[in-house]
Design a protein. Sequence first.
Lengths: 287, 185
Amino acid sequence: MTDSPTPAEPGPIDADVELASAHLDGEAGTDERARAEAPEVQAHLATFASVADRVRDVPPPPGGLLDDHVARAMAAFDDGARVAPLRRSPVAARPWWQRIPVGAVAAALVVVALIGAIGLASTLDDDGDDTATSTFDAGDGGVDSADDAAPDDGDASAGAMEESTTLDADAQFDAMGGRAAYDGYDALADDLAAQLAAGDGDAEAPVAESDVSTTQSERSGDEDAADGVDPCGAVGLLGLDPADVVLVRPVLVGADEATAVVHDADDGRRLTVVGDATCAVTFERLL
Amino acid sequence: MAAAQGGDRAAMDALLRRHHERIWAVCRRLAGNDADAADATQEAMVLIVRRIGTFDGRSRFTTWAHRVATNACLDELRRRGRRSADQLPDDVDGGRATPDRREALDTAVSERLAIDDALAALPEAFRAPIVLRDLAGHDYADIAAVLDIPIGTVRSRIARGRARLAELLGPGNQPAAPDRPSTRP
């Protein structure tokens, strides 16, 4: 037995201390309760009861705080009632075609129509407009024959289509509040760091702008955009200046849904992950 | 509860008012001062409103609300840099404190620290379970759920924390003055 065991002393805790504490809380087992009658345990028990009394003796909240807190919380309640449902449905709860925003579909159709029109115009040029064809071919390395030009046109169209499809899929993914899945937090951090490094500068700005604007659209009533995006309001929760926010992204880490926030901090670019279930910070790391 | 979850404004208002004092008390003890506790309580109340849709009834509402409040308070304190979020393992070693810190604690002990100061001297890993037990009245199983630690760890941390508090409060440790208002459960 030791005197005054403290958390500053790692190692086994004094059995009498632990027993007295558990007994005070009604958490001692049957055989432990018999041992709690020992004078040493009773001495600890009296001391701990006194400590517990002092912990419970909390000064009341300052006047007006209750009304102020409730008013602010109810303002959040009113915001929530006006816009997105408080409980976010799982990403895969609806078929994928129902989770594609109408705007994204319309944009994709416009892109496809434009590409089709360009392809049709090129075909017509190949058939009869020598001036236009020579201009096009000159820009493409001076191909003269119609037979050679046709495959080039096809490659160009295919390339444009492929790029368009990729961008459109990314846009849809973001618009749907899609969640990239990671095995662990370090994998998430590494991936985000790589993405930001690859797109450092101009490429990352639209990411932040897009994601932050999506968060704002949640408040403006766009249910599609609100679905799956930052249910805890991570930027506000972390007390960040939106101007410093580089990226806000819903992610899956293992089985946990979370929101990843990257912001420019004094010590560098920092990733903070907020768990959607608890609205608590679950991970932090400099990228 | 169900009405508040269903969007009934009056029910939500009543729910918040009913739980405010206890949430304040938890945050006040975790924060150690009125200003930080006020901000943390506000944050907790807003989070409860925003997250009430996720409450599934598998635990008591009070347990769930205190989980939200406790996390909000601790996050608020971490953001303010008042506490190190790294002091969480069960083998927290206050003995590794800097000489200045140790001297400050020794001096404080000799002066019989007020309970706020004594709680503030405890690592967060010990302070939170004590507050949830003595102030919020949770049993060990609830505390384990709120803090996401094993029940055995809850038991040992509360015991170690109380022993340390008793030491910090001094041999003349007395129950609080009876004229002070209390939020005792």
